[in-house]
Write a protein that binds this ligand. Structure first.
Ligand code: NAP
Ligand code: MG
Length: 452
């Protein structure tokens, strides 16, 4: 069966991709298991060198990868270049890992005790459509560095850059079958990764609902999982903050990638005494967001990924929705939706609790520090968030109080590949990125050597 890849900005068919069935997936897993036997034996220095060459191949292909993502996912060209560069940097960063997968020597009587980090085997990586290149690389780069082989399923909507990355890996000299990209349906290819006893670990990024099913399926085989799931992150703005900076940054903290970002600060919480002033500043910032053709260098926000996603998002904004103000979006072909700012008054409103995954943000007032933390934590999710204040003590207290894996103070940035990333509560399980990521793809073996 084939799948027509659609350009979300104009609804034209980009290309057609073959979707794999279970038999082909099983064959790929069996090739991957075979490749593992030799990949794990490649010396650390050689594995490092191959990964460095892979990073160089991505760098040389950066503009092509970015243009591919513009056509496939409707990402703005600026974002797409950043994403391809992120994949390159993540591969380069973990190319340092093979030679640094250091165990411990632990003092014992009558001999020597050492620990060794051994690879797991075949790692199955399941990727969503919102950041196809970075999310793929966050999984495959540390997994390969630790000596595992990888089978990766891209989202149906966005297979093109993952397929290109697999070509570049081969071109760089990574042996055949060490890194395979297998396009197909989640219910077929993704589910097979979960069910196949030859896949040693699953890395899943996507919705909380599907993630729960992956965890339940993996439990049957006690298969380890890393889950990166949804979010409903708070952007907490205190009256003593630099309000101009907070308001200028807030649109990009939620409308970037058309809001299809698990870290989107989709709930803005503003201290009541600063609410009106913030809204005035925020309105002009939202009206300034440039929405339009993704390939245009000036564009700041493109379309949503699909008609289905646009309709889902639109379902959150009915006629009588509490709209404060909106930005613009192109008319005509493409899955466009304007930046939309809502001010729901009922704390139980689903607008404040469900992940919308589109360019829609809520703004609510809070009374004081304790109230801000309480509202921020009134969520099943806990992925990221921001705290804007000029009071350092308050910044520390609120950062400690908010239940989320990635917080930033007087900033909205949450992803640096050399720092850990992941969620509390229903936002996930385990961490990606940072110095420890390769360890999540190993078993620790303890060996005692008698001196008798
Ligand atoms: P999704 O429906 O959960 O899909 C994610 C991936 O899982 C896709 O590749 C999908 O394949 C596959 N899949 C579907 N059913 C499966 C099954 N039964 N077994 C195994 N795999 C299966 O999510 P999405 O619609 O792509 O992405 C939107 C959601 O992902 C949002 O809720 C968002 O917050 C979340 N997300 C979280 C993060 C994070 O880092 N925390 C990052 C990105 C996205 P198909 O493409 O064939 O459906
Ligand atoms: Mg889905």
């Amino acid at each position: 069966m084939n799948y027509d890849v659609i350009n979300p900005a104009n609804e034209e068919i980009v290309t057609s991709v073959e979707l794999l069935e279970v038999e082909a997936v099983d064959e790929a897993i069996s090739r991957s298991r075979k490749a593992f036997l030799s990949w794990r034996e490649v010396s650390p220095g050689d594995r490092a060198r191959l990964l460095r060459r892979f990073a160089d191949a991505v760098d040389a292909d950066l503009e092509n990868l970015a243009q591919l993502e513009v056509r496939n996912a409707g990402h703005t060209i600026g974002n797409a270049r950043w994403e391809a560069g992120n994949a390159r940097d993540v591969i380069a960063y973990y190319s340092g890992a093979p030679e640094r997968l250091i165990g411990q020597q632990i003092p014992v009587a009558d001999g020597l005790n050492i620990t060794i980090h051994e690879p797991l085997g075949v790692v199955g990586i399941i990727v969503p459509w919102n950041f196809p290149m970075p999310i793929a690389a966050w999984g495959f780069a540390p997994a390969l560095a630790a000596g595992n082989t990888v089978v990766l399923k891209p989202a149906e909507y966005t297979p093109l850059t993952a397929l290109r990355l697999a070509e570049l890996a081969l071109q760089a000299g990574i042996p055949e079958d060490v890194f395979q990209v297998l396009p197909g349906k989640g219910s077929v290819v993704g589910q097979r990764f979960v069910d196949h006893p030859g896949v040693a670990k699953i890395v899943f990024t996507g919705s909380t609902e599907v993630g729960r099913g992956v965890l339940a399926g993996a439990a049957a085989q006690l298969k380890p999982v890393t889950l990166e799931l949804g979010g409903k992150s708070a952007n907490i703005i205190f009256a003593d903050a630099d309000l101009e900076a907070a308001a200028a940054g807030a649109p990009y903290a939620v409308f970037d990638n058309a809001g299809q970002d698990c870290c989107a600060r989709s709930r803005i919480l503003v201290e009541r005494s600063a609410f009106d002033r913030f809204m005035t500043l925020f309105e002009s910032a939202v009206r300034g967001v440039v929405v339009g053709a993704p390939e245009d260098e000036k564009t700041e926000m493109g379309p949503l990924i699909s008609a289905v996603q646009r309709d889902r998002v639109a379902g959150f904004v009915p006629e009588d929705a509490p709209i404060a103000f909106r930005g613009d979006a192109p008319q005509g072909a493409g899955f466009w939706f304007p930046p939309t700012v809502l001010t729901p008054s009922d704390p139980a409103d689903r607008l404040l609790h469900e992940e919308i995954f589109g360019p829609v943000v809520t703004v609510v007032p809070f009374a004081d520090e304790a109230d801000a933390v309480r509202i921020a934590n009134d969520s099943q999710f806990g992925l990221s968030g921001s705290i804007w204040t000029s009071n350092t003590g308050k910044a520390i207290r609120v950062s400690r109080g908010v239940e989320a894996g990635n917080l930033s103070v007087n900033s909205n940035s949450s992803v640096r590949y050399w720092t850990p990333f992941g969620g509390y509560k229903s936002s996930g399980l385990g961490r990606e990125l940072g110095p420890d990521a390769p360890l999540a793809f190993t078993e620790t073996k303890n060996i005692f050597i008698s001196n008798r």
